[in-house]
Design a binder for this molecule. Structure first.
Ligand SMILES: Nc1ncnc2c1ncn2[C@@H]1O[C@H](COP(=O)(O)OP(=O)(O)OP(=O)(O)O)[C@@H](O)[C@H]1O
Length: 261
């Protein structure tokens, strides 16, 4: 299966800096995959997204986007000019005009049906994120790209938004590339995680990344929480079997050094 976007040895500089913001990044995302990029502030996550989308020049390396690739992009920040009133319906027709039926269907799909007449400035943070997602879906994308889509949401709002992303993937088959700081939710919802700090520190399944020393060094105490998630995702019960006698199911791979439940 050919990748939707791939990069090899991608290196980018920011204006006025001599050190690369990102160095030698090899990356790929396949159709239907959910890939999340994590990393500390300033580690180059947004730069990677922008370079992959062709929104910033490469210092060296290569990016290949599949021919005819349709991308739905939800940027990290949207500047709303509060002096210019704009309804959700009108916003959905920017930059490409859509019919009322298309607009309403997109809002329904992201759980904000009936908000078309509302002013953008009157939406809650969670509603606004869903409207942004609805707009990104209007182009029927092969790939959804979301840069910190849950910023400013509370924990239930974050969980609900990720559930929505998984639902959208199920319904549309679109791949999803995300930047996120919500480590626990990321680990539950992604197929693959890329841990970045100017270069790729580690990558792989959430289970692999959460146990990688590089990830634990970067995220410290927070990493313990995601590790615990896997230590408790056993496929058998220790209490029912004598010590050492249990059998692992495929992919269980839990840590025997962890305290037993
Ligand atoms: N417009 C810009 N001009 C110059 N340097 C920039 C610009 N935008 C970002 N940088 C620098 O590039 C580096 C990487 O920034 P980037 O926004 O890619 O990181 P990030 O991992 O997405 O950070 P965050 O988690 O804080 O959003 C940082 O050192 C930042 O200061």
């Amino acid at each position: 299966m050919s990748a939707l976007i791939s990069s090899s040895a991608l290196t980018v500089h920011r204006p006025g800096t001599s050190e690369p913001v990102l160095a030698q990044v090899d990356f790929r995302i396949q159709p239907g995959e959910i890939v999340t990029v994590v990393g500390p502030n300033g580690s180059g996550k947004s730069s990677l997204i922008r370079a992959l989308l062709g929104h910033m020049p490469l210092a060296s390396g290569r990016v290949v986007r599949k021919r005819g690739l349709r991308i739905g992009y939800v940027p990290q920040r949207v500047q709303l000019d509060t002096a210019i009133p704009m309804t959700v319906r009108r916003f959905l027709s920017l930059p490409t005009r859509v019919t009322d039926a298309q607009a309403e269907a997109a809002l329904a799909r992201t759980g904000v049906a009936g908000l078309g007449a509302r002013q953008l400035t009157q939406l809650s943070g969670g509603q606004f994120q869903r409207v942004l997602l609805a707009r990104a879906l209007l182009s029927d994308p092969h790939l959804l790209v979301l840069d910190e889509p849950t910023q400013g949401l509370d924990q239930p709002g974050i969980v609900a938004f990720y559930q929505l992303i998984e639902e959208v993937r199920r319904q549309t088959g679109a791949a999803v590339l995300m930047v996120s700081h919500d480590l626990l939710v990321v680990m539950r919802s992604s197929d693959r995680v890329v841990c970045l700090n100017g270069h790729v520190c580690c990558e792989g399944t959430p289970q692999h990344v959460s146990t990688a020393p590089e990830y634990r060094a970067l995220f410290g105490a927070e990493a313990q929480g995601t590790l615990a998630l896997y230590r408790h995702r056993h496929d058998h019960d220790h209490d029912l079997m004598p010590a050492g006698a249990h059998v692992h199911g495929p992919g269980c791979g839990h840590d025997h050094t962890a305290p037993r439940r």
